[in-house]
Write a protein that binds this ligand. Structure first.
Ligand SMILES: Cc1cc2nc3c(=O)[nH]c(=O)nc-3n(C[C@H](O)[C@H](O)[C@H](O)COP(=O)(O)OP(=O)(O)OC[C@H]3O[C@@H](n4cnc5c(N)ncnc54)[C@H](O)[C@@H]3O)c2cc1C
Length: 235
């Protein structure tokens, strides 16, 4: 670790974390982004090979620097990963890679972040770790079916093994603070915790609106969260 204490630690350097960093840079330079990936954009590179964004290029851009692609075109996962990596370079974002956050704790006046590279403290923490860490698989893990598969009934369960993944779930088990509610999501107002001063989330599903889990929406939510930090600092 370069330092043991930061004003703000952003956990996750995907599109949500980078959007927060963009706005935070304008009001405070004392922050770091931590990411377990070995390069910015890793979360996209880990997805299936044929993936193209379902949203047009004009909807995927982060603040300040647009995706260099035609309006209406659909970037590939590699395009998106390159774009995020170039974004981080363009704004000289202080990203520390290969650093997995293992635990987030709170003491009376600061947050303690335990990572694979050691511990650090912060006045505030912004969690931007995404919502897709765990692939959700129903209770059965393989079924035998006849291909091509158009529907499944007990009658056509014969050959070809398939694994069913029906979506993803977030993993907040490393957050050792009582912030995750019965519904499995952090309890915040638009990403701002009322209960724990200085604890924020960006990129959560429906954090504010339907688009909160998408690039355009998480940038809007990042601006809102950083504006709150700005007002708190001015008090
Ligand atoms: C298959 C798929 C397709 C999608 N297609 C689109 C699309 O076309 N258009 C669109 O707008 N949205 C799309 N989305 C939704 C959303 O835009 C993406 O999920 C996007 O990657 C979310 O960005 P994020 O920054 O919130 O999270 P992520 O991209 O997941 O970034 C989170 C970062 O946090 C890091 N991290 C996680 N846990 C830790 C930890 N404990 N310690 C340190 N680092 C950690 C990860 O390494 C990662 O870099 C898609 C999602 C999926 C799953």
């Amino acid at each position: 670790m370069k330092k043991e204490h930061y004003g703000t630690v952003i956990i996750g350097a995907g599109q949500a974390g980078l959007s927060v960093a963009y706005f935070l840079k304008k009001i405070d330079q004392d922050f770091i982004l931590l990411d377990e990936g070995s390069q910015v954009g890793d979360s996209w590179l880990r997805r299936r090979d044929s993936l193209k964004l379902f949203t047009g290029a004009q909807h995927g851009s982060l603040p300040g620097f647009s995706i260099p692609a035609k309006r209406g075109s659909r970037p590939t996962k590699e395009d998106m990963a390159d774009y995020l990596s170039n974004y981080a370079s363009k704004y000289s974002m202080p990203v520390q890679l290969d650093t997995k956050v293992l635990e987030l704790n709170k003491s009376s006046d600061k947050y303690e972040i335990v990572t694979s590279k050691g511990k650090l403290n912060a006045d505030r923490v912004i969690v931007a770790t995404g919502t897709n860490q765990i692939a959700y698989t129903p209770a059965f893990d393989t079924l035998e079916v006849e291909a091509p598969l158009t529907s499944v009934s007990v009658d056509n369960l014969k050959e070809a093994s398939i694994v069913w993944t029906t979506g993803f779930r977030p993993d907040f088990s490393w957050i050792k603070i009582d912030i995750v509610g019965q519904n499995g999501w952090p309890q915040t107002h638009r990403g701002i915790s009322d209960k724990f001063k200085g604890l924020y989330f960006v990129g959560m599903l429906f954090q504010y609106a339907l688009t909160s889990g998408l690039s355009g929406g998480s940038s809007r939510d990042a601006a809102f969260v950083v504006n709150h930090i700005k007002m708190e600092k001015a008090k």
